[in-house]
Ligand binder design. Sequence first.
Ligand SMILES: *[C@@H]1O[C@H](CO)[C@@H](O)[C@H](O)[C@H]1NC(C)=O
Ligand SMILES: *[C@@H]1O[C@H](CO)[C@@H](O)[C@H](O)[C@H]1NC(C)=O
Length: 318
Amino acid sequence: MAVLKTLLIALAAAANAPAGVVAFQPDPRATNTGLAKRADPYPFCNPATNPGCIAGGKYLVPVLEFSSENGPGDLAYQQYLPASPWTFSKWTNGLMPERCYYWGVTADKWKATDFLVYNVTYTDCATPFVVCRHQKATKSIGQLASQIGKLPVRMRQASSIYIVYGDLNSDNPNYGGYMATLAGDGVVVGRSVAYFITSLVHETGHAVDSTLASPGGGKPFSGTAAWADAVKADGFAVSAYGAGSYVEDFAEAGRAVLLDTVVPGGLAAFTGGKNANLTQITAQLKAFKAVAGTFYTPGGKCDLAKKFPFPAKLVKRE
Ligand SMILES: *[C@@H]1O[C@H](CO)[C@@H](O)[C@H](O)[C@H]1NC(C)=O
Ligand SMILES: *[C@@H]1O[C@H](CO)[C@@H](O)[C@H](O)[C@H]1NC(C)=O
């Protein structure tokens, strides 16, 4: 029942969220449950028992294999997304961003003193990003900075804080989540193992949905009629996980758009030989590119007018 549990946790968290989207990247651990033997292990809408299901639970098949670490999509991002060089500096003032404290300590029950806080500054963005890394995280600050630095900077600028937890068997067995985005807070949060490029692309999609793709602070683009119309015109969600809701489908469309942009020959080449019927997601790719395509293009610099600001409110790390 791991799939169901993950979904319930996601919904519960969403109900408590103050602002912005809370949404989970599919949990690869679900592949070990025996629930699904298909290439895509997230049959939330087959049958369409989840009330949020879109497109009648239908989605593009054969699936775009872009969910798993070191799967085809992840490998393509690793190969074709340029790395942005970084430097980091550790905070020594005994403080942490209040949002790291709120989510990491108050909400998710890790110990404040177990977090170390870093500025990570990329050569493509003068303003640092903040990483609050729990000491039980299995990825080093350098590994984390490198993964995050693969995100095109104009996507990356939709967030400003990354909270990185310990993994399974760490000292917080009560934490049942995997990875989430709190777009209203500019936060991506999750277990260390969840910090790989395709999962960051998915999560950043939620941040873009709520900020850059919906200027003026209105509702996320995925909640607009324009997005619903694109889904209806296609009649298929971008992936099985995307079929779970318009919000998830938008983030999944972002993965497809980024592959289409960076893989030579685009999505057609990425799916080469698999007979994926890409006409089933044409309207979604087009609608996505219209509002966010410019952000899903590597290169350039962050735009300080658009970047989610460096956290202003700090608290004691104790
Ligand atoms: C982190 O970045 C902020 C904002 O640029 C800066 O004020 C602060 O001094 C930096 N701290 C460290 C330890 O580099
Ligand atoms: C591709 O999908 C479209 C929309 O569902 C359908 O009309 C078309 O027949 C499909 N093409 C193939 C080759 O299956």
